[in-house]
Design a protein around this ligand. Structure first.
Ligand SMILES: C[S@@+](CC[C@H](N)C(=O)[O-])C[C@H]1O[C@@H](n2cnc3c(N)ncnc32)[C@H](O)[C@@H]1O
Length: 243
């Protein structure tokens, strides 16, 4: 896929890094491309469209949404499935980073996180959000520098991972619904579609000799592979653990 990004106005030292990262063509403003900067933020959406039609990722907002919440790692299904201890001693590879929401929740739980994303558009939006969050000089930016790594590319190209657990949350083939899904999900459907190779991703993870592999599924969905060792249930989601 060739992704075109509009060069931002003003100074964005990471812009060349971003283009290199996703192998993008750089075009001038005015060509009506898909990814573009508005006030220093990278957006996906129509050029000149209403702000309501544009999508960007915001890691700080996500992090702040967890503040003041006292998560019990003994009760949270995701933390239990991954065996997170809350003291930075457990490293989780988030093999399907997407918006990074789950990665940030894992940081909040006290894990170290290495995240991978292979889609160039999602990867660019995430990278932009990460760079903005890292610039803030606050507790969250320190945490990101200390406990978080991001790589752009296909997780399954890694042949050796030093981690305690691998987390997989692939796109699930969607059912036709009358109501439109939220804006973020619409872009995932438009630019990612369904991750039809997700069973292979599970096979890859299980072949690495990592202690715990966890797959997120809708509660009603069948298993991605054979039956897991255990399933941890949330309200609408299930975490299948493969030991
Ligand atoms: C359902 S979304 C993940 C949502 C994510 N957990 C979050 O918190 O936003 C799935 C993402 O995984 C990515 N993905 C799927 N297979 C991948 C692979 N083999 N390597 C890297 N990324 C992958 C897709 O491009 C998509 O962005």
């Amino acid at each position: 896929m060739t992704t075109k990004i509009l060069r931002p106005l003003g100074d964005h030292t990471y812009f060349d890094e971003l283009c290199h990262l996703i192998g993008a063509d750089i075009v001038d403003l005015g060509h009506g491309e898909m990814l573009h900067f508005v006030d220093g933020v990278l957006f996906y959406g129509p050029i000149g469209g209403r702000k309501a039609d544009l999508v960007s990722f915001d890691l700080c907002k996500e992090w702040n949404s967890h503040q003041g919440k006292n998560y019990s790692l003994k009760k949270e299904p995701l933390a239990r499935a991954l065996g997170v201890k809350g003291d930075g001693s457990i490293t989780v590879v988030d093999a399907t980073c997407g918006t990074g929401k789950d990665s940030i929740l894992l940081l909040k739980f006290g894990a170290r996180v290495i995240a991978h994303e292979r889609n160039p558009i999602i990867g660019a939006l995430f990278f932009d959000a990460l760079k903005r969050a890292e610039k803030n000089n606050d507790k969250f930016s320190e945490l990101l520098k200390d406990r978080f790594q991001f790589s752009f590319g296909d997780s399954s190209l890694e042949s050796c991972l030093e981690c305690d657990a691998i987390y997989i949350d692939p796109m699930y083939p969607h059912k036709k619904k009358k109501a439109l899904p939220r804006k973020e999900m619409q872009i995932f459907r438009a630019v990612v579609g369904s991750d039809l190779d997700s069973a292979k991703l599970l096979d890859w993870a299980r072949g690495l000799g990592v202690k715990r592999i966890v797959v997120k599924r809708p509660n009603h969905a069948e298993h991605l592979g054979d039956a897991p060792s255990h399933s941890y249930h949330g309200k609408s989601t299930r975490y299948d653990l493969y030991l």
